[in-house]
Design a protein around this ligand. Structure first.
Ligand code: BES
Ligand code: ZN
Length: 642
């Protein structure tokens, strides 16, 4: 069953065959693209010999000590070895036993050398017949997956809150596991929490609190361990359709239910494109603002950032994205983090298809263009950086943190790769291919090379199509044949920016032949973003003041538009944005906003000083994932030394 079993042999063959070439031919070798991926370089687990098939968790969530006391009972598929290796980081391992619960015998274990990114291997001594391994442990303050929040960081301000973030390699910081996406397991959990709170997992969930504080969870479909997730809070549930709904604190539940009103329609749209939703229930849970992502596709229960609640349903594409992961990512999973584009590129493509189906091509085209602009800018940056090859779709992350690949490359270049293929093959043919791909690889993991072979065999060859797949995947930048998307609405928004610079009155528009004042509601999020992006970076402050006075961007609850406005403000040295930007950075912990904002601030020594001061206050409330990246941008280690 294990796909890695043959790789060492294969690699050896590949390497030794290289030596047979003469110097001339050796040059040719560089053009040969890799035909097999290496083993997952981000896990110590020996899954080719012994791997978890089911995990039973016993978790006691202790808010006073900010620790989870856990037992992880692993049911193994053992090929007959004397050692099982798990991944751990920031965990306090108390004992390891073998055998059935209550009939357990202690066994020896060794914790290997700690790596700052990967953590350490936990090697457990077993017998060749061992099938049950029980690890008793405690999480610590170094358990980076977990965000413990004091009541004042929640909506209700009365109860504490907790959530975990496993992707990419943080599950090992709250559960000892074989933490690689290339192994799939089922899981169950018994979770105890303070009685006034409710736990929720990426599993079958309760819809109301009980009096005992103890809850049982089951995930009966096999998933990679990065999708095991837990959140604990004062939740209420609101049904939004026969198989979907939303959880939030009572203070937010009404707004959340209103914002995600189209959830059921999204599922219908997604199913009409790529086949049945396979996970039974689809719910969304609203986390606090510190959540480092817009959304996280935990199966059956998407974790969402409250910034998605813009009050006008304008940011729901993130929900379409997380729902799309129920096919790309959760059903068909990247085999290693080097293949991450198979998760995200496919998901962005599918997200745009769902948006097109529900809200029209105009809307999905605008989404695509806004992202394409970010892609172009990021590739330019990358080309100047230490890692220009990060613009390959398949990247080499050996020795690096997989969080480094959260760039527009896997997301947007990945999506445009598929859009270009769609244009070449025609939508109907392409959709049949995609449906077949999801069917063929459901509940499995895929490497980039397996995908390429599948693409050749089932789309390109049978339809006699030629495509520069290798250039897209193993070369830098954007290939020339990339599809072009045009949007008249975005062009008009950009023209509006030019008119403003030219001194024209853009704040009065014609509607049904009447002159009326331009309002925020007149343009979509993407149009406003395009408008702001098209403004020159040396825009005089009077012009910014004028826009601010007329449109009040800085008091806007739309975090996408606000972020664009703040960046323009930083780059054009418009000090009026400082107070609202300070508030924003102290409230929101979403990486997508923090990174560009702090990066822009870091470009100018004076702004950098200001940003460092803001960050000192904001940092304690960010999740570890956001902290580690912002620390680097602002040189945090050196500021605390001073
Ligand atoms: N799965 C990702 C989040 C993620 C990626 C977490 C890698 C950890 C490591 C999620 O689906 C995502 O892509 N979120 C985006 C949303 C978006 C592109 C619509 C986000 O949070 O910005
Ligand atoms: Zn995603």
């Amino acid at each position: 069953m294990n796909i890695f079993r043959f790789y060492p042999l294969f690699l050896l063959l590949l390497l030794s065959s290289c030596n047979l070439f003469s110097a001339d031919e050796e040059k040719e070798v560089h053009k040969i693209y890799p035909s097999a991926t290496n083993v997952d370089e981000h896990s110590y687990a020996n899954i080719s010999k012994i791997n978890t098939v089911h995990l039973s968790l016993e978790l006691d969530v202790n808010f006073k000590n900010k620790s989870i006391y856990g037992v992880a009972r692993h049911q193994m598929h053992n090929t007959g070895v004397d050692t099982a290796i798990f991944d751990i980081k920031g965990l306090d391992i108390q004992k390891v036993t073998l055998g059935k619960k209550d009939f357990e015998i202690n066994t020896d274990f060794v914790i290997g050398k700690e790596d700052s990114i990967l953590g350490a291997p936990l090697s457990v001594k077993i017998q060749d017949t061992t099938k049950l391994i029980n690890i008793y442990y405690k999480t610590t303050e170094l358990s980076d997956a977990i965000d413990w929040l004091d009541p004042n960081m929640t909506q209700g301000k009365k109860h504490p809150f907790l959530y975990t973030q496993g992707q990419a390699i943080l599950t090992r910081t709250w559960i000892p596991t074989q933490d690689t996406p290339s192994n799939r397991i089922t899981y169950s959990a018994d979770v105890t929490v303070p009685k006034e709170l409710m736990p929720l997992m990426s599993a079958e969930n309760p819809v109301a609190k009980n009096d005992s504080g103890s809850y049982h969870f089951e995930m009966k479909q096999a998933i990679p361990v990065y999708l095991i997730a837990l959140t604990v809070g004062n939740f209420e549930y609101r049904r939004l359709g026969k198989d979907c709904g939303v959880y939030a604190e009572p203070e937010l539940i009404r707004q959340a239910a209103w914002e995600f009103n189209d959830l059921r329609k999204m599922i219908v749209a997604a199913e009409s494109i790529y086949g049945k939703y396979q996970w039974g229930q689809y719910d969304v849970v609203m986390l606090p603002y510190s959540f480092p992502f817009g959304g996280m596709e935990n199966p059956r229960l998407t974790f969402a950032n409250p910034t998605l609640i813009a009050g006008d349903r304008s940011l729901v594409s993130v929900i379409a994205h997380e729902l799309a992961h129920s096919w790309s990512g959760n059903l068909v999973t990247n085999a290693s983090w080097d293949d991450f584009w198979l998760n995200e590129g496919f998901t962005v493509y599918f997200e745009q298809r769902i948006m097109e189906k529900l809200y029209g091509k105009d809307v999905s085209d605008m989404l695509a263009i806004i992202e394409f602009q970010e892609l172009v800018a990021e590739i330019a940056e990358m080309n100047k950086s230490e890692y220009p090859n990060d613009s390959f779709l398949k990247i080499d992350l050996a020795g690096r943190n997989p969080d480094d690949e959260m760039t527009t490359i896997p997301y947007v270049k990945g999506a445009f790769f598929l859009k270009t293929l769609e244009e070449l093959a025609g939508r109907e043919t392409f959709d049949l291919f995609m449906k077949f791909y999801f069917k063929k690889f459901q509940f499995k993991t895929v490497t980039t090379e397996e995908f390429i072979a599948f693409l050749d065999a089932h789309l390109l060859k049978p339809n006699k199509l030629k495509f520069n797949t290798n250039e897209w995947i193993y070369e830098r930048g954007i290939p020339k044949n990339c599809v072009r998307v045009e949007s008249e609405r975005l062009n008009n928004a950009e023209k509006m920016a030019k008119d403003l610079v030219a001194g024209k009155d853009i704040f009065t528009i014609r509607k049904k032949n009447k002159k009326v004042k331009l309002k925020r509601e007149d343009l979509t999020t993407q149009e406003w973003m395009a408008f702001i992006r098209a403004l020159p970076r040396d825009l005089p402050n009077e012009k910014m003041e004028l826009v601010d006075k007329k449109l009040k961007f800085k008091t806007w609850s739309n975090s996408e538009v606000a972020t664009e406005w703040y960046i323009l403000g930083i780059e054009s040295n418009y000090k009026d944005i400082q107070a609202p930007l300070d508030r924003f950075l102290n409230k929101v912990g979403r990486r997508k906003y923090l990174l560009p904002l702090y990066k822009s601030l870091a470009k100018n020594p004076q702004d950098l000083l200001w940003a460092q001061e803001v960050y000192l206050r904001a940092r304690p409330n960010y999740h570890a994932i956001s902290k580690s990246t912002v620390d680097e941008i602002l040189g945090y280690k050196s500021i605390i030394k001073e």
